[in-house]
Design a protein around this ligand. Structure first.
Ligand SMILES: [Fe+2]
Length: 440
């Protein structure tokens, strides 16, 4: 199947679509959760920095108020120096109410105006610093302002760590959840897959297929209905096959009506074939198939003229050619019955000979199926020990002697040995009529 078509089939499956839907929903929810968490943590970190910076500025403002009023530069210098000792403080300034810097950690700034003293940093993470201001109040009156510059680079670094941590967490959580969803969906829909595959097998003629009745209620009901349906189809098929088989058996029986000399022949051939197969240790299925082939092996004689079948003497070449058509006629009659395909194969070769001198296809040795080789020998034995329009039947021992002579030429050596062993175990068979009843 082309790769594109295979990909199209995968993406059009319910399993893929459900998994994709769940994964997209998971991705969106996880992304929203990660963003919310990031903003929450970011706010906490900024507030923590602001609180610390504001506390520093407020402390400096409280201490600086008397010195600013008194114009005590020395004290203001000490206070600024003390403030600068706190970690992260980049600069500290004390500005009077006119906006003039009265003391600064950078002495070159002293005496200048600080225009933006009141403009606090709005985004310390983006600007990498924070500028808290605090009014200096003395006796309830504002006399100046404290302005600090606080290093916020640690805040930016902390936020980068937070982003990377959240991204990794997001990837891990979404991957884990998506894999879990895929597994759950696969497990949930597996019975449906089994049903689809089983339906395909039924479509190919495997009516014996059944599916386990597991899964959710609807799928269990579907599986139960499927099993009932296949059981019904199997039963209907068995009835049709049985009916067909009975029709074919009836047709085969007409041969014995046309040719009374062969009455009971098919049943006896079926019986001998099965006995030989069992002697060779072949299984029940093989024996059953062979027995059926034996019962039907001369079915094709319905297409042979009655005068030829009952001719009281040897056949001329044309008559023999007509008679030799009967395996092929049976082959054609049984062609529509697929369930008899292997039986049909056995019947076709039942007049082939081990040395290749048989008909219709002059097969030899292993080219003839084992079942065909067994049927051929059983057919020959029963023909020899039955009366025919052109000769009297041979005795049991006479027939066995001919079979021994034909070992390796007309007959398969291994099958011959098995037949002789079977014949020795059975002894001389009873009369033709009683034998046919036993075989039934
Ligand atoms: Fe035959």
């Amino acid at each position: 199947m082309p790769r594109f078509r295979r990909a199209l089939l995968v993406t059009s499956s319910i399993k893929f679509r459900l998994a994709a839907l769940f994964c997209v929903v998971t991705l969106v929810l996880a992304a929203l959760a990660a963003l919310a968490l990031y903003h929450h943590q970011r706010g906490i970190m900024i507030n923590r920095l602001r609180t610390r910076a504001t506390a520093l500025a407020a402390n400096l403002a409280v201490n600086a108020a008397p010195a600013l009023i008194a114009g005590d530069q020395m004290q203001l210098s000490v206070l600024v120096a003390t403030a600068m000792q706190n970690p992260g403080v980049l600069s500290a300034a004390i500005v009077d109410h006119q906006g003039v810097v009265r003391m600064h950690s950078n002495i070159r700034e002293i005496g200048r105006r600080l225009e933006r003293a009141a403009a606090p940093a709005t985004d310390p993470a983006a600007q990498a610093h924070l500028r808290p201001t605090e009014p200096i109040i003395f006796n309830g009156k504002g006399v100046g302002t404290v302005v600090l510059d606080i290093d916020a680079s640690d805040l930016a670094a902390g936020l980068w760590k937070l982003r990377i941590g959240l991204l990794l967490g997001f990837l891990m959580v979404t991957t884990g959840v998506c894999l879990l969803f895929v597994r759950l969906i696969d497990r949930f829909l597996r019975p449906l897959d089994t049903l689809v595959q089983a339906a395909g097998r039924v479509g190919r003629g495997e009516l014996s297929v059944r599916v386990p009745e597991v899964g959710g209620r609807e799928i269990r009901n579907l599986a139960r209905s499927f099993n009932r349906m296949t059981a019904g189809l199997s039963a209907a098929k068995a009835r049709i096959e049985q009916g067909y088989l009975e029709a074919v058996m009836t047709l085969a029986a007409t041969v014995e009506v046309k040719d009374p000399y062969t009455r009971g022949h098919c049943d006896r051939v079926a019986y001998y074939s099965e006995q030989v197969a069992r002697q060779m240790g072949l299984d029940d299925a093989f024996c059953s198939e062979l027995r059926l082939a034996g019962a039907l092996h001369d079915l094709g004689k319905v297409g042979v003229a009655h005068e030829i079948l009952c001719k009281p003497g040897p056949l001329d070449p044309d008559e023999f050619a007509e008679m030799a058509r009967h395996p092929m006629i049976a082959w054609k009659i049984l062609e529509p019955a697929k369930f008899l395909a292997s039986v049909r194969e056995i019947i076709l070769v039942h007049h082939e000979r081990y040395d290749g001198s048989g008909y219709p296809n002059r097969l030899k040795g292993d080219q003839i199926s084992l079942a065909g080789r067994i049927l051929s020998l059983a057919d020959a034995y029963d023909s020899m020990t039955s009366d025919r329009p052109y000769r009297r039947r041979l005795g049991h021992q006479q027939a066995l002697a001919i079979i021994k002579e034909g070992k390796g030429r007309q007959f398969d050596p291994e099958v011959t040995e098995a037949f002789l062993a079977t014949a020795a175990a059975m002894g001389e068979p009873p009369t033709a009529t009683s034998r046919s009843r036993e075989a039934c």
